[in-house]
Design a protein. Structure first.
Length: 415
């Protein structure tokens, strides 16, 4: 692997503002995603992949021709970054040979990556870390994955002796706002299995995600001049307060972990006449989502009864489903990923994600897609950083994966 090339590409990618925007209907939701895609498309062509394309939706698809009769394997990452923190003017900072101490960020003295709050640091002494300057997102989620796949592609093309079937490269947009698979034609990808490089740390093989729905709560009140509001005004903001207060206190992100689901109100537009609120419904048990929705509807009825004249409408839309449900149909997808780590003398960690990936939707669409580590840490935060050494390790996992799929071992013989 070319360590410097991997680093250079990653630094180039994170400087392009690709923050997703949830408030628009077009795809991709921000122009920077198209810009980054054009840059990557040019690099794929420079590698010799003349088949690489970028469609009108910004989706990039390319194929490394196989040198064996192995099945097609795809690798995916997304170009967009989270809307939770700005990605404008990213100034990545390189920490060479990390010394094990807290890391102050140069652009904001109040921002420090501490050992207490980031236990992963204790295992990264001597490694190369890339941080933000504390004023923006870094964008390692998922530009680390993009850079890993690009280095993997370069390495396979430069080393034609590595046995592999056709390798498909797929870059999507707007994953962070749940639209990553919206315009992906799985039949065109035409792979037996795929892998997203969109996970944290190292050696994780994510085989389950949340199932997810979005509840949009619209609360309508009655607005009048406050001087003459007695017995006339119904304040939608006060109704929203009662609605939020009635939500179960033991089913919120702040109180849950591991396999526990939650309801998470995360966005609100408010006025006396109307409040619109977005609530995430998350559970590893898909059936639990219906129970969460019914809970919200019950709260709505209670608030309407308490505040006559208030009307509450709840619209629930499907987002994605538990990755594990679909992986059962193609057990080799996860088994080969675990085997790839073992062949590299690494102990794989079979894990779950308290979130989702493009792979959740791809798997439901018939393309089994586990998620793999890509060296990300403190994602969606100005304290975000990536570990170059872990990114290189992810590239090595990708090489082993294509070799294993080319061989097609019987998973029943795997340790």
């Amino acid at each position: 692997m070319n360590r410097q090339r991997l680093l250079d590409r990653f630094l180039q990618y994170v400087k392009v503002d690709t923050m997703a925007c949830d408030d628009v209907d077009h795809y991709p939701s921000s122009p920077g995603q198209m810009d980054l895609g054009k840059l990557i498309l040019g690099q794929l062509h420079e590698m010799g992949l003349d088949n690489a394309t970028q469609d009108e939706h910004g989706i990039i698809l390319a194929t490394i021709p196989g040198n064996t009769d192995g099945p097609v394997v795809a690798f995916n990452a997304h170009l967009d970054t989270s809307p939770e923190t700005t990605a404008e003017g990213v100034q990545p900072q390189i920490v060479d040979a990390y010394d094990g101490q807290d890391i102050p960020l140069s652009g904001d003295p109040s921002k420090v990556i501490t050992r207490d709050k980031c236990p992963a640091l204790k295992n990264l002494v001597g490694k190369t870390l890339i941080t933000t300057d504390g004023t923006t997102l870094l964008g390692g989620d998922d530009k680390a994955g993009v850079a890993i796949i690009m280095e993997l592609a370069s390495h396979l093309l430069e080393n034609p002796d590595i046995p592999h079937g056709p390798v498909r490269i797929l870059f999507t947009c707007d994953e962070e706002i749940g639209r990553g698979a919206q315009h992906v034609d799985v039949a065109r990808v035409d792979a037996t299995a795929a892998y997203t490089f969109d996970g944290g740390g190292r050696n994780h093989v994510d085989v389950e995600t949340f199932s997810a729905d979005l509840a949009t709560v619209t609360i309508r009140g009655i607005n009048t001049h406050p001087a003459y509001a007695k017995d006339k005004m119904v304040n939608a903001i006060r109704a929203a307060g009662k609605f939020l207060e009635a939500m179960p206190s033991d089913a919120m992100p702040e109180k849950t972990a591991e396999r526990e689901g939650f309801l998470h109100p995360y966005a609100m537009e408010s006025g006396v006449a109307e409040v619109k609120m977005k609530v995430l419904l998350r559970s590893f048990d898909t059936h639990q989502l219906q129970a969460y929705a019914e809970n919200l509807r019950g709260i709505a009825q209670h608030v309407e009864a308490e505040l006559p004249g208030c009307q509450i409408q709840i619209e629930v839309t499907k987002q994605y489903r538990n990755l594990g449900d679909g992986l059962q149909k193609e057990p080799r997808a996860a088994a080969y990923a675990l085997e790839a780590h073992r062949r590299l003398n690494r102990e794989p960690i079979e894990a779950i994600i308290r979130g989702g990936t493009d792979g959740s939707q791809f798997t439901e669409m018939g393309l089994p897609t586990p998620n793999l580590s890509s060296g990300q840490h403190n994602i969606h935060s100005p304290l975000e950083f990536a570990c170059l050494d872990e990114m290189l390790e992810a590239c090595e996992v990708g090489v082993e994966l294509v070799k294993i799929w080319s061989e097609g071992p019987d998973i029943s013989t795997s340790p």
